[in-house]
Structures are given as structure tokens and as C-alpha cells.
Design a binder for this molecule. Structure first.
Ligand code: PMP
Ligand code: GLN
Length: 402
């Protein structure tokens, strides 16, 4: 019999053959960058400072004595700020009884999946996918069913969705905007997902941590704003990406009140409460003016464009243009026969760049994992100077030396 931690590690693809736990792919690649002195385009950890408004508010909260346990559900100031934020950006009305503050989106995802996926049920995810979904499903004793995203364009076949969702499905996870592809789901795609959830009485758990980092003329449509969706949806987001404070770990879940209470009943025995002084600081950030939101997205879009320009100079490389988020995926399969991990090891040596192998974000042994064998995820959330330097180095990569 395996211990729960082994089930979790196996599901996330990080259980060693010797039965020992491995680090996440993000930690592994960050260690590689540190060891080799490479620019780290692996882990999505911003190289730019915290948003000044939230940073100042956090300093004031600490100095002002907001340092003890906040309420389990969250500081009322933040609950209200999340409520106002939903109304302001999406015209969505939620009650504070429907909101719980969590220790990052990670805790919200874990607790929501534990609360909604009974042992033996199935959790549906779009592949490739962020590592924590499969880990949470395993903790719940549920198994993962995948809907492949097309390697070019990252659409999905409605028939594949229909095949994956059944009466065994407890939860469909929608990560929109999507990590690692940068996909922004189209409204028609979201409608198909809502219809599938309705047809099989499944929950939808959405991970919207990149909701404010959307580029070009694209717009983020929260699943819960679609007709019939809110009553079966848990909407999850966090402050980390929006305000450049990934280390603060302040997130939230919005769900019908009884599901919010179920999520909170798990939270109260895992983390109990989430960081006291950062909660009013995030509330201040959420209330920031439109220009502050636009400036952060523009800055990131500019760095995306630097990265894409660098990658475009590698002959034969095919790179998807991300509509949102921190990451772009490049397909090296026309450039080399090496797999993504080996490509990254060689890039670290040749040009001092580290990234993330996309197969590590796939179901172990899946068809998609094989299709994406030569796909590499590059982050563009490093500082402007680092992104400019990284783009130069990538442009100088001689593919024949890989
Ligand atoms: N979901 C996705 C898709 C992510 O990329 C990340 C980020 N790192 C998280 C969740 C985790 O968010 P948090 O740091 O708020 O727990
Ligand atoms: N979300 C970040 C990424 O995808 C990293 C988070 C982590 O290290 N777990 O790179």
C-alpha cells in the first residue's frame, strides 16, 4: 500500500523510481539555473518589483499592528474587495458568504478539489496542465481524465470533451488564461464546458490567476459569468501574478455559500488562516485604478514581445503567441530530435537560458506528452533587462549545436 504522499507525488509525476519524492519541475529548473548561472525563464517568478501600492499597504499594515490571526474566512476588508472587484470587472454580483481567502490559489485549488471530488470519481483537466491539479485529485482519491489541447493553436475537440466527461466526473478544472500555453478560452469553448458540466451534474473549478495579464485585444471571460454556470462553479484567483507578489500567497475562492463553507472546513485544518498583513494590502491593490491594471499588463506584453522576437530568430522553431499569462511555448521538433529536457540542458550550457519542459506538465505516459516531447515553455516575467538579454541570447542559438 502506498502512502498518500506517494500517490500525490506519483500523480504529479515527481515520484522517483526509488520511491523517493522529487521536486516540482519548477523547483528543479530553478536549481538548474542557479547552478549554471543561467537566466531563469523556467519558474514563473517575476523579476520585477512588487506593485508599489500593495507593497506600501503591506508595510503600513505590519507597522499598524495587523499581525495576528485574521478570521478563517478572511479579513472582511479583503472579502469586500473581492466582491467589489467581481462587480467592477465582470459585472458579477457575489455575496461575501460566497468568498473565502486562501493561502494562494494553490490552497484554494487543493481544498476545492478535496471538497468536491469524492474518492473514486474523476477530475477532468485540459492537457498540458499545471501540476497541482493532478496532485489534488490524487489527494482526494480521484483519478484524472484529460482533454488534449491541440499542439498547434491549443484548441480542443468538442468530441474529446464529451468523451472525457461522464457520470463519474465530479469536477472539470478550467485554467483560463492557461498555463503553460497562454491560451485564452473563447466564449464558445467555455459554453461547451458549462454544457458538459450541466449534462453530467459536475462542478467546474476555475483557475484564473492570470485574469489581469491579458494581451492584445483579448478579454478574460470568467466561466461563472456564463448562464447557468455560477451555481456549479468555484472561481479561484490570487494576488501573486496580478501584483507581482508571488511570495505573498494570498488567494481566494468564490463558490455557492455551502461549497464555500466546505472549502473553508478543509482550510481551517490545513492553514487555518492566511497571511494577516497581506490581506488588507491585496484589498488595496484590487481597488487600484484602471491605469494601474493596464500598466502591469502592458509591461508584461512588452516583455512577451521581446521574447517572441528572440525566438523568431531561431530557424525552424514554431512558437505559439500567448494571449495572456507568463509563458510562451516553442516547438523544437523541426529543429532537433532532442527531447525538451535535453534541449534545456543544452541551452543552459550554450547560451545560459533555462526553461521548463512541457512534457513535465502532461499526464505521465500520455499521447499529449509524446506529442509535446520537443516543446519548451519560456517565461517572460523576468525584468525588462533580463528579457532583452535573454532574447539576444536566444537569437544567437545555433540549432545545429543543440
Ligand atoms: N495556478 C496556475 C495556473 C499557476 O500558474 C500558479 C502559479 N504559479 C498557481 C495556480 C499558483 O498560484 P498561487 O501562487 O497563488 O498559489
Ligand atoms: N506557477 C509557476 C509556474 O508555472 C510556478 C509555481 C511553482 O513553482 N509551483 O512556473
Amino acid at each position: 500500500m502506498s502512502a498518500l504522499w506517494q500517490d500525490i507525488a506519483r500523480a504529479a509525476g515527481v515520484l522517483g523510481e526509488d520511491g523517493r519524492p522529487g521536486a516540482t519541475i519548477f523547483a528543479e529548473m530553478t536549481a538548474l539555473a542557479q547552478r549554471t548561472g543561467a537566466i531563469n525563464l523556467g519558474q514563473g517568478a517575476p523579476g520585477t518589483p512588487a506593485d508599489p501600492l500593495v507593497a506600501q499597504a503591506a508595510i503600513e499594515a505590519i507597522q499598524g499592528g495587523v499581525n495576528q490571526y485574521p478570521p478563517v474566512q478572511g479579513n472582511p476588508v479583503l472579502l469586500e474587495a473581492v466582491q467589489v472587484h467581481q462587480q467592477r470587472f465582470y459585472g458579477r454580483q457575489v455575496a461575501t458568504e460566497e468568498i473565502v481567502v486562501t493561502t494562494g490559489a494553490t490552497e484554494a485549488l487543493f481544498s476545492a478539489i478535496l471538497a468536491l471530488a469524492p474518492a473514486g470519481s474523476e477530475v477532468v483537466v485540459f492537457e498540458p496542465y499545471y501540476d497541482s491539479y493532478a496532485a489534488a485529485a490524487a489527494a482526494a482519491g480521484a483519478s484524472v481524465r484529460t482533454v488534449p489541447l491541440d499542439p498547434v493553436g491549443f484548441g480542443f475537440d468538442p468530441a474529446a470533451l464529451e468523451a472525457a466527461v461522464s457520470e463519474r466526473t465530479s469536477v472539470i478544472v478550467v485554467n483560463d488564461p492557461h498555463n503553460p500555453t497562454g491560451k485564452v478560452f473563447r466564449r464558445e469553448e467555455l459554453e461547451l464546458i458549462v454544457a458538459a458540466a450541466q449534462a453530467h451534474d459536475a462542478w467546474i473549478v476555475t483557475d484564473e490567476v492570470y485574469e489581469h495579464l491579458v494581451f492584445d485585444d483579448l478579454a478574460h471571460v470568467p466561466v461563472a459569468t456564463l448562464p447557468g454556470a455560477a451555481e456549479r462553479t468555484v472561481t479561484i484567483s490570487s494576488a501573486g501574478k496580478t501584483f507581482n507578489v508571488t511570495g505573498w500567497k494570498v488567494g481566494w475562492a468564490i463558490a455557492p455559500a455551502e461549497v464555500r463553507a466546505a472549502i473553508q472546513s478543509i482550510k481551517q485544518y490545513t492553514t487555518f488562516v492566511s497571511a494577516g498583513p497581506f490581506q488588507p494590502a491585496v484589498a488595496a491593490g484590487l481597488a487600484g485604478d484602471d491605469a494601474s491594471y493596464a500598466a502591469r499588463a502592458e509591461s508584461l506584453q512588452h516583455r512577451r514581445d521581446l521574447l517572441l522576437a528572440g525566438l523568431a530568430r531561431i530557424p525552424g522553431l514554431r512558437t505559439g503567441v500567448p494571449g495572456a499569462g507568463y509563458f510562451a511555448i516553442a516547438d523544437f521538433s523541426e529543429v532537433t530530435d532532442l527531447d525538451a529536457r535535453s534541449i534545456i540542458a543544452r541551452m543552459a550550457e550554450l547560451i545560459g537560458i533555462v526553461a521548463v519542459p512541457v512534457p513535465a506538465l502532461c499526464a505521465p505516459g500520455s499521447v499529449v506528452q509524446e506529442q509535446l516531447r520537443g516543446h519548451v515553455r519560456f517565461s517572460f516575467c523576468q525584468s525588462h533587462a533580463d528579457m532583452a538579454e535573454a532574447a539576444e541570447r536566444l537569437a544567437g542559438l545555433d540549432p545545429s549545436r543543440l
